[in-house]
Structures are given as structure tokens and as C-alpha cells.
Design a protein around this ligand. Structure first.
Ligand SMILES: Nc1ncnc2c1ncn2[C@@H]1O[C@H](COP(=O)(O)OP(=O)(O)OP(=O)(O)O)[C@@H](O)[C@H]1O
Ligand SMILES: [Mg+2]
Length: 315
């Protein structure tokens, strides 16, 4: 059975939902046959890889497969492998086109050393090859590479855009979805269309009629009320209780990073949970934990440190 993520991957710029600014720039590049080195930056599942492939198809037409390669940076992390593949590809001449294109998917995980080497290769092969980096965090790319690239930012999809995708898939797959179900799907997928496509596919295997209830029961969404209670306990100085509440989540397999995201959303969207004056500090601390986790710190410890911070706020 085909994965819906692939089945519903856009084949042309027209099919890409949202991302108007970036798509406009990419279209212009395709029209002029003038592609720059680029960094496509943004959260997971919002169309970065898809747009790079669409650009290649649009620029190269039938020879896109010969003039474009996608290197998955997290698989091919070793410098020698990257160098070998890039050289082999970049050296040979483009086929019926002025240049070739290399996409470094998930380039966040490229080491500094590898990026330095790529920078030199970019210079060496700039006449025949365009380098495109897809990343979640632009700052994981070294400055000298950033300065050689046009930076295109991809956003989490808006609720309206998520609904568009749900309608597109729902119609093709013959699903029955009411407004509440769509709302639930958008809430859970948080602007990530890959997550949405996967969720829809797994729900559809249970039932063609998708209700909000089905979405919440199977969507792995954590108990918002319980999270609120955990935050509240911490803020009231009851570190022990908040620790118990959150430990249960973590033991039950909820990802710490996901938990931090949810806490962020809950704090941002509620007026009376955290004192207005304290909110900026809490958000800053949360962002710090989030960043540290991305950088490789132990999520559990970061999370406990955040709770400890919350519980000292009142003093
Ligand atoms: N803007 C979009 N319009 C339509 N479908 C999309 C869009 N973004 C993502 N999708 C759907 O989600 C799938 C994954 O998208 P894609 O691989 O482009 O994500 P990505 O931004 O590269 O994410 P990652 O950072 O995880 O690599 C696509 O195959 C498609 O089904
Ligand atoms: Mg990608």
C-alpha cells in the first residue's frame, strides 16, 4: 500500500499548498532558468524537500532525474562519502541544461568539517552545479555557506491550508469528515503536513468516517488538562507534584520535545496560567531547553531543569 505522504506529494508548484513567498521565488528561478544556491529552512513536513523536487522537475523537465540528486545528509554524513558523491555528480556535464542541482536533505546534521568542504566544492563547481540545503534550523549552517545562499523560509501551514490538504485527500480517498474532525486534525498536526498525511492514513484504515473523537483517541494527543495541571503545580511551587505528573507522561512514551512544544502552546494561549510579568521569562527558559535538546542535551534532564525553574518563580 502506497504511503499517503508520497501519494500526495505535489508534482508541480500549483499543487504546493501555502508557502506563497518561497514558491514565488522558486517559480521565478524556474522561469528564468536561473537557480541560485539556496537554503530552504523551516519545520518538518511543510514542503521543503517537495519544493526542491518540484523546482528540479520544472527546470529540467524530462531530464530532471539525471540533472538532480538528493543526498540525505543524515545517512551520508561521512565527509568522504559526501565528497565522493558530490564530486562524481558535479563533475559530469549537465544534460540539456545549463547546470545541475544537488539537494542536501536534512543538512542540519552535516558536521562543520563537511560544510567547510562543501563550501570549497560550491566554489569549484559553481559553473555547473547549484547546491540546495534543506534544514530545520538555518543556524545549523555555517555562516560562510549561509552568505553564499539565498534563504527561503518555509512556515508551518495555517489552519486554512491544513483544511485544504484534508479536503484534497478526503475527496480522493472517499472519507467523511465533518468540521469538528478537521479542526481536531489541524490541531494535532500543528502545521506539519507529513504528520497530517500519516495520521489521516492511519485513521482511514480504522474508519472512512472520521470524527473528532476518533482523531483524539488515535492521534496520540496528550491530555491537555493534565499538562495544564502539571504547569500549574510547578508555578505554585509544588515541584514534586508537577514532577509526578510529567514523569507519567514521559514513562508512557510521550516525547519530551513534544511535551515542551505542548507546554509552550498552552502557556502562550492561556492568559491566567502564568502571570503576565513572568511569561517572558518562562518562554525564554522553555526556548533554552528546546534549543539545548536540539543541540543534543539529555531531554529528560532539560525538562526537569525547566520544571525546577518554574517552581522557583514564585519566590
Ligand atoms: N506545502 C505543501 N503542500 C502540499 N503537500 C505538502 C506540503 N508540505 C508537505 N506536504 C506533504 O507532506 C509530505 C512531506 O513533505 P516534505 O518532504 O516536503 O517535508 P519537508 O519540509 O522536507 O520536511 P523535513 O524537514 O522533515 O524534511 C509531502 O510528501 C506531502 O505529502
Ligand atoms: Mg525534507
Amino acid at each position: 500500500m502506497a504511503l499517503w505522504v508520497e501519494k500526495y506529494r505535489p508534482n508541480s508548484f500549483d499543487d504546493v499548498i501555502g508557502q506563497e513567498d518561497s514558491i514565488k521565488k522558486l517559480r521565478a528561478m524556474a522561469d528564468k532558468m536561473d537557480v541560485q544556491h539556496m537554503i530552504l529552512s523551516g519545520p518538518p513536513g511543510v514542503g521543503k524537500t517537495t519544493s526542491a523536487i518540484v523546482l528540479a522537475k520544472s527546470v529540467f523537465g524530462t531530464t530532471w532525474n539525471q540533472n538532480f540528486i538528493e543526498l540525505n545528509a543524515s545517512d551520508d554524513r561521512k565527509l568522504s562519502v559526501i565528497q565522493g558523491k558530490v564530486k562524481e555528480f558535479a563533475r559530469s556535464r549537465p544534460i540539456d541544461a545549463p547546470f545541475k542541482m544537488i539537494l542536501f536533505d536534512e543538512a542540519d546534521s552535516l558536521t562543520t568539517e563537511a560544510q567547510q568542504a562543501l563550501r570549497r566544492m560550491m566554489e569549484e563547481y559553481s559553473a555547473t552545479c547549484r547546491f540546495v540545503f534543506s534544514v530545520n534550523y538555518q543556524n545549523n549552517i555555517i555562516e560562510p555557506l549561509q552568505s553564499r545562499c539565498a534563504i527561503l523560509r518555509f512556515q508551518p501551514l495555517s489552519e486554512k491550508d491544513l483544511h485544504k490538504f484534508i479536503d484534497r485527500v478526503g475527496e480522493k480517498e472517499g472519507l467523511n469528515l465533518d468540521a469538528a474532525a478537521k479542526e481536531a486534525l489541524s490541531y494535532i498536526s500543528k502545521g506539519d503536513l507529513r504528520a497530517l498525511a500519516n495520521l489521516l492514513q492511519s485513521l482511514a484504515s480504522i474508519s472512512k468516517t472520521i470524527t473528532a473523537d476518533l482523531v483524539y483517541k488515535n492521534g496520540g494527543v496528550t491530555d491537555i488538562e493534565k499538562i495544564r495541571e502539571g504547569i500549574k503545580s510547578a508555578i505554585e511551587g509544588d515541584y514534586q507534584k508537577s514532577k509526578e505528573i510529567f514523569s507519567k507522561f514521559i514513562e508512557s512514551g510521550v516525547n519530551t520535545k513534544e511535551l515542551i512544544n505542548q507546554i509552550f502552546e498552552i502557556i502562550m494561549s492561556s492568559d491566567n496560567l502564568v502571570d503576565k510579568k513572568l511569561k517572558p521569562y518562562v518562554i525564554e527558559k522553555l526556548a533554552e531547553s528546546d534549543y539545548r535538546i536540539v543541540e543534543g542535551a539529555t531531554p529528560f534532564i532539560q525538562f526537569q531543569a525547566f520544571l525546577a525553574f518554574l517552581s522557583t518563580l514564585k519566590r
